[in-house]
Design a protein around this ligand. Structure first.
Ligand code: CDP
Ligand code: CDP
Length: 223
């Protein structure tokens, strides 16, 4: 069977990582969360007290930083230089700063190169903002997931509640809108649907329904 490259892009909380993981499992493919790479870069820079607009310092830091993934019973674990940071990279301060770091041209070129290397052998589901446009422009399957801002804020609200975090819904909505705005308006590889991507509106779809839709597209491509 042909080992495909599946690109899943879209705005914050559209369901990309949840669905990407399940599609990867179904086809026994690797899953690569590129957002975790931008989050890890941001977390390390914050811990080192580097100004998040200081591109040359962040680039220098990143060149000697190893970001790795390891599958586990609890899902995929993320490591910076061997230290586990899976939960730390999801903290609100990282979430609210990551778009600033992700807008830095030379940070993107380093991470995009690493992402291309990871996807080199195919059999991969990669999710992010610029996978179908920049990282894997020749991906056999390109999906662009969207959902209304209200639905996405509610999804994040529920995720937070499970972790004991109670940020008001309106605040989450504003954070999501601001991050989408920054991600869509940056100069380098902004969040945009690739011309040949299939758009799926997940506002009123369950996770299983989205996985089934994508699986049908993948199976058609494998024929
Ligand atoms: O899961 P969530 O939607 O919160 O975001 P994420 O996928 O973890 O990505 C976090 C941030 O990293 C995004 O808001 C973008 O600023 C940046 N990102 C990017 O610029 N390009 C990617 N391929 C992936 C993430
Ligand atoms: O990766 P991204 O930020 O696009 O979203 P996510 O972290 O995969 O999904 C955010 C939340 O939405 C998770 O709790 C998912 O379980 C939930 N979700 C949903 O309720 N319905 C869907 N069709 C997809 C995701």
């Amino acid at each position: 069977m042909k080992k495909l490259r599946i690109a899943i892009d879209g705005p914050a909380s559209a369901g990309k990582s949840t669905v990407a993981k399940l599609v990867a499992k179904k086809f026994s493919y690797i899953y690569c969360d590129t957002g975790a790479m931008y989050r890890s870069t941001t977390l390390k820079a914050m811990r080192l007290g580097i100004d998040l607009h200081n591109e040359s310092k962040i680039v220098k830091m990143l060149e000697s930083t190893e970001i790795t993934f390891k599958p586990s019973e609890q899902g995929q674990l993320v490591f910076i230089d061997g230290d586990e940071v899976t939960n730390d990279i999801r903290q609100e301060d990282v979430t609210n700063s990551v778009s600033t770091v992700a807008a830095l041209t030379n940070v993107r070129s380093i991470l995009v190169k690493r992402q291309k290397d990871i996807a080199n052998d195919g059999g991969i589901v990669m999710d992010g903002r610029d996978i179908g446009t920049t990282v894997l422009p020749d991906a056999e399957v390109k999906i662009f997931l969207i959902a209304s801002v209200s639905e996405r804020a509610e999804r994040r609200f529920k995720d937070n509640a499970e972790k004991g975090i109670h940020t008001p819904l309106e605040e989450l909505k504003k954070e999501i809108e601001l991050r989408d705005y920054k991600d869509s308006h940056r100069k380098v590889s902004p969040l945009v649907k690739a011309k040949d991507a299939i758009e799926l509106d997940t506002t009123s779809l369950s996770i299983n329904e989205v996985v089934n839709e994508i699986s049908k597209i993948v199976e058609n491509c494998q024929k």
